[in-house]
Design a protein around this ligand. Sequence first.
Ligand code: G6P
Length: 368
Amino acid sequence: DAAEKGGFEHYMTKEIFEQPETIRNTTRGRLDAERGTSILSGLNLSPRELVDIQRLLIVGCGTSMNAGLIGEYAIEDFAGIPAEVEQAAEFRYRNPIVGSRDLVLAISQSGETADTLAAVREAVEKGSLVAGLVNVVGSTIARETGRGIYLHAGPEISVASTKAFTSQVSVLLMIALKLARGRRLSQARGIEIVQEIKRIPELIEWVLETNDKIAEVAQHYTNYQNMFYIGRGYMYPVAMEGALKIKEISYIHAEGYNAAELKHGPIALLDENMPVIALANKGAGQDKTLSNVEECKARSAPVLGVVTAGDKESADIFDHVIEIPDCPQYTSVIPAAVALQLFSYHVARLRGCSIDQPRNLAKSVTVE
Ligand code: G6P
């Protein structure tokens, strides 16, 4: 058992620490640094089909859906194609409007989640293009979509998903790049994006090296019953995923919120017992998020910031900070998510929770 965990106490930590390697596996052979694009043969779309795509619909559940939200931002940002994320369970019962010029991306670590599978069947039935972003080779979703991109993250044992999430995000960035290069994105910009995607393993290594510091910060957040996670733009889905991770393994109630929405209700809950964890690294919306943090402080909420290394001015606003390396916002989602995975892990460990097998949860939900 200890050998299977590679010397770590839990599968979750093993999987968190594997991420530089799993991202290398996910991206291997899929990035063309010269042409500034990605090679995703599994998508199996003709040049005509690629250009004709008018909309992307991304479906998934839980962590996989949160990854999809980051994909939505990247696809619209890079390629200028409208993209939408829908909870797989909603999609299937809504009689969705999809057709042959829509590409449905079904995201699933296991490839067996009942709601995601049902969404795939619905989309296939309606004649849309459907591709799977799946980790488990040969799983039902991988088979039924017939086209797709395997994550190559290796077996994920911990119920709380970590390495599958960062691989999903990496694949979505590569899809966004590919769609963009067939449309409005220049080769020079494409080359830049390839370089940034190639840096992801290093960005993760940087965060993993701060593990002890994150463990220290976590000590201050073990005795709360509730937390808010806030972010804007690309960092909003990271807030959602951070909140999901802490709920799953530490049983602290947490909500991921858009920082701007906080004042439309949730701010009423803030006091010294409600910490706010803010994704406040450099990038679009940072100044606005920081002013939301000031509003939280004015209500006595303890504030923890995920900030860019060296950004002292922002760090000074917070009670505690976790740093991530400087990089564009579309890749910063990954080091930020990894930092919050470690934070959740340490909070749960200090609370004496069962890390790999949280109560009431299953690794794969094959019922509706
Ligand atoms: C369960 C797991 C989650 C996972 C979700 C979707 O709820 O506990 O960690 O994100 O299912 O699973 P999938 O295999 O489709 O990604």
